[in-house]
Design a protein around this ligand. Sequence first.
Ligand code: ADP
Length: 152
Amino acid sequence: MKRIAIFPGSFNPFTIGHADIVRRGLALFDTVIVAIGCNAGKTTDSSVDERVSALARIYKDESRVKVVAYTGLTVDLARREGAQFILRGVRSVKDFEYERDMATVNAEISDESGTFPVETVLLVSDPRYAHISSSIVRELQAYGRDVSSYLP
Ligand code: ADP
């Protein structure tokens, strides 16, 4: 059976920190699906369609990476895509608390009879990228700074 992981996020924008999680995820999984969530409560600077096409360009030569946009629960996307895993990155203790709660809830709500729950795999951020967040990149962009060194 193929091991498929969903890497969900806002990716607004997709940074070199995110790209590193995808790269390392490919060592663990046959396919990594980068899934751009379009849920309420998040600011959107570039449209979701633009983010999908930018990501599709970045991964055009990597057949094991798929890019999708989605609404709704990540575990429902995982079931639709036949994915057994959710892949996430952890930069700090602050990230960890949130990721632990999400992982626990996602395991609980996907624990139906006859199937395994969707397991979350957390990769510890490479220290070279642990300070990079989409929100800081957006803020720098808003003040006209060149952010290309933070983007793949
Ligand atoms: P969300 O809004 O779902 O947190 P993000 O796009 O901000 O979406 O992040 C998606 C995932 O990537 C999260 O698990 C986050 O912790 C991780 N991540 C974000 N930035 C980095 C980074 N610099 N290094 C490693 N992981 C990161």
